[in-house]
Design a protein around this ligand. Structure first.
Ligand SMILES: Nc1nc2c(ncn2[C@@H]2O[C@H](COP(=O)(O)OP(=O)(O)OP(=O)(O)O)[C@@H](O)[C@H]2O)c(=O)[nH]1
Ligand SMILES: [Mg+2]
Length: 306
């Protein structure tokens, strides 16, 4: 990223800028933070871990800054091909970062995933900020315990705290973050909020609906692809496939008398319509793609792996 003196730069197209990567174990609130700061539901969020599967760029613009935030999958132990793909997305996010925000969730005691996160942050060679999230839920003792755990690996990093669900709290932190960024030329138009296609955001919003409605591991066993995206005069027509790992999952996803799939379709349709600000119709198809999470070629086909 080119960094120069503001005096030589065109007004309105330069200011505080840089790439800030969001790192953390699953469920710490990275995607929530991204959505709140953009004022738009760009990233899928859920109460279940491993919601984010790939890197997502969110571009924050204001009068004197353009900050490129990279949301990444939660750091967790790699077991199968999809975990490795998520690991690679985290590593790529760290490689691209000017600053790394290491997001902490003090509501659960620090564990192996925190150790892995802290080691990754400590080894990445980039400036790291520790950001305690969910302080609306955590006690002071929980916050202290969490910070001292991370400080074993990152003794000198500045620390901040916020409530990622609250816009004022996120804004306060942003002002402090901006002061740490260099001055440079903006790389994106001021109106851009991401470089990701709407249809890819839509696929993740369908996944978000699956995570909300289906129990336990089932949503983690489903991949979503958007196969058709047609802009009609008065309506956006979207067709998507839910790739299930096993035949046995079909009944669960369809539900009694088709009630579950109907509900998922309604919820996902509303989410896509809201994001795209257009009347939307959504068709969902089910397909069994056996053990897709273990198959690298399938992960490449659906662009979870490069
Ligand atoms: N009370 C409270 N809940 C929060 C806060 N931030 C996030 N959450 C909740 O925490 C859960 C996880 O949020 P996500 O944003 O999906 O977490 P993530 O770090 O992106 O998770 P992965 O994508 O799995 O790595 C959701 O239920 C959010 O609503 C917060 O500041 N306060
Ligand atoms: Mg996420």
């Amino acid at each position: 990223m080119p960094m120069t003196n503001t005096l030589e730069l065109p007004p309105g197209e330069s200011g505080r800028t840089g790439c800030v990567t969001l790192l953390g174990r699953p469920n710490t609130g990275k995607s929530t933070f991204l959505n709140t700061l953009l004022g738009c539901h760009l990233a899928a969020v859920s109460s279940k871990p491993q919601t984010t599967r790939k890197q997502l760029l969110g571009i924050y613009n204001d009068a004197d800054s353009q900050i490129l935030f990279l949301d990444t999958p939660g750091v967790h132990a790699a077991k199968i091909a999809i975990d490795e793909a998520m690991d690679l997305a985290v590593q790529k996010g760290l490689d691209e970062a000017d600053i790394v925000i290491c997001m902490l969730d003090p509501t659960r005691p620090p564990g192996d995933e925190d150790r892995m996160t802290a080691e990754l942050a400590a080894g990445c060679g980039k400036p790291v900020l520790l950001l305690l999230n969910k302080i609306d839920l955590a006690s002071q003792e929980q916050c202290r315990q969490h910070l001292s755990f991370y400080r074993q690996f990152l003794p000198d990093c500045p620390s901040f705290s916020l409530v990622a669900l609250q816009p004022e709290s996120v804004q306060q932190f942003l002002q402090q973050l901006k002061a740490l960024l260099p001055v440079g030329v903006f790389l994106f138009d001021r109106e851009d909020i991401t470089n990701v296609y709407e249809r890819d955001i839509a696929a993740d919003l369908i996944r978000e609906a699956l995570l909300e409605e289906l129990q336990q591991e089932i949503p983690h066993c489903i991949a979503v692809t958007v196969d058709s995206w047609q802009e009609q005069q008065d309506c956006l027509l979207v067709e998507a496939t839910l790739h299930l790992e096993r035949e046995a999952h079909k009944g669960i996803v369809i539900g009694q008398g088709g009630r579950m799939i109907k509900k998922i379709r309604q919820i996902a349709k509303a989410k896509i319509g809201k994001f795209c600000q257009r009347k939307t119709d959504l068709s969902l198809f089910l397909k069994v793609s056996p053990n897709w999470r273990k198959r690298k070629q399938f992960l490449k086909d659906i662009r979870l792996l490069e």
